[in-house]
Design a protein around this ligand. Structure first.
Ligand SMILES: CC(C)(COP(=O)(O)OP(=O)(O)OC[C@H]1O[C@@H](n2cnc3c(N)ncnc32)[C@H](O)[C@@H]1OP(=O)(O)O)[C@@H](O)C(=O)NCCC(=O)NCCS
Length: 192
C-alpha cells in the first residue's frame, strides 16, 4: 500500500492525503457524494491520479519503465492531458474539463491550483526553462505560460493569456502578451 511519506515541495506528505486533497476539491461548489463521484470519473482526475501513482514511483526510484511510458501515452490519448511524473504538482489540483493540457516535465505547480482546458505550461521550444506556479493559482482556459517564469500565490491567469514574464502574488495576468494587473475580486475558497 502507498502509505509511506513522499516528498512534495520539500514537505513529507502521504500519497493518500494528497489524493484526498485532490478529491476534496470536487465538493467546493456543492456538498455531498454526487459531485465527488462525478469528479472522480472526470478525465481530469483520472489523468491526475495516474500522475500521482507514477510520481510516487518516481520519487521512490521504483523502475517501472516501459510500463509507465505506455500508461502515460494511453492516458494522454484518452484524457488529452499530459502530466509527466518528473513535474512537481502539489496537492489539491483541480482540472476542469477535457483535454489540451500539457505540463512540461520541468514545470512545477503549487497546492490547490486550478487548470481549465487547453492550458500549456511549457518551455520556449526545447530551451528557456519552464514555469513555476505558486499556491491557489487559477489558470484560465487556453492560457499558455512559457519559459522560466514564476507565478505567485493567489494569481489568476486569464483565459487565452500568453504569459512570458513572472507574475507577482495576488495579481491577474491577461491578454497576449499578458499584462499584469492587481486582482480586485477575492472569492477564493480557503483550502485547509
Ligand atoms: C482573468 C479572470 C479570472 C479575471 O476575472 P476578474 O478578477 O473578475 O477580473 P475582471 O473581469 O474585473 O477583469 C479585470 C481586467 O482584466 C481584463 N480581462 C479579464 N479577463 C481577460 C481575458 N481572459 N483576456 C483579456 N483581458 C481580460 C478585463 O477586461 C479587465 O480589464 P480592465 O482593467 O481594463 O477593465 C477571468 O476574466 C478569466 O479569464 N477567467 C478564466 C475562466 C475560464 O477559463 N473559464 C473557462 C470555463 S469553461
Amino acid at each position: 500500500m502507498m502509505t509511506e511519506a513522499f516528498v512534495s515541495k520539500g514537505q513529507a506528505t502521504s500519497f493518500w492525503s494528497i489524493v484526498r486533497a485532490d478529491i476534496a476539491r470536487f465538493s467546493e461548489e456543492e456538498p455531498g457524494l454526487r459531485p465527488i463521484v462525478r469528479g472522480v470519473m472526470s478525465q481530469g482526475f483520472q489523468a491526475l491520479f495516474v500522475y500521482r501513482v507514477f510520481r510516487w514511483c518516481y520519487e521512490h526510484r521504483i523502475p517501472i519503465q516501459p510500463f509507465r511510458f505506455l500508461v502515460e501515452r494511453f492516458t494522454e490519448i484518452t484524457t488529452g492531458i499530459s502530466l509527466p511524473a518528473q513535474a512537481r504538482i502539489g496537492k489539491g489540483l483541480r482540472i476542469h474539463h477535457f483535454g489540451g493540457i500539457i505540463v512540461n516535465s520541468e514545470a512545477s505547480i503549487g497546492e490547490y491550483c486550478t487548470l481549465y482546458h487547453s492550458v500549456t505550461l511549457g518551455d520556449l521550444g526545447g530551451w528557456g526553462g519552464s514555469p513555476h506556479i505558486g499556491n491557489h493559482v487559477i489558470i484560465g482556459a487556453g492560457a499558455k505560460l512559457l519559459g522560466n517564469i514564476e507565478v505567485g500565490d493567489y494569481c489568476h491567469i486569464g483565459a487565452n493569456a500568453v504569459v512570458r514574464t513572472s507574475v507577482p502574488a495576488g495579481c491577474l495576468a491577461v491578454g497576449v502578451p499578458a499584462v499584469v494587473k492587481q486582482r480586485t475580486r477575492y472569492a477564493d475558497v480557503d483550502h485547509g
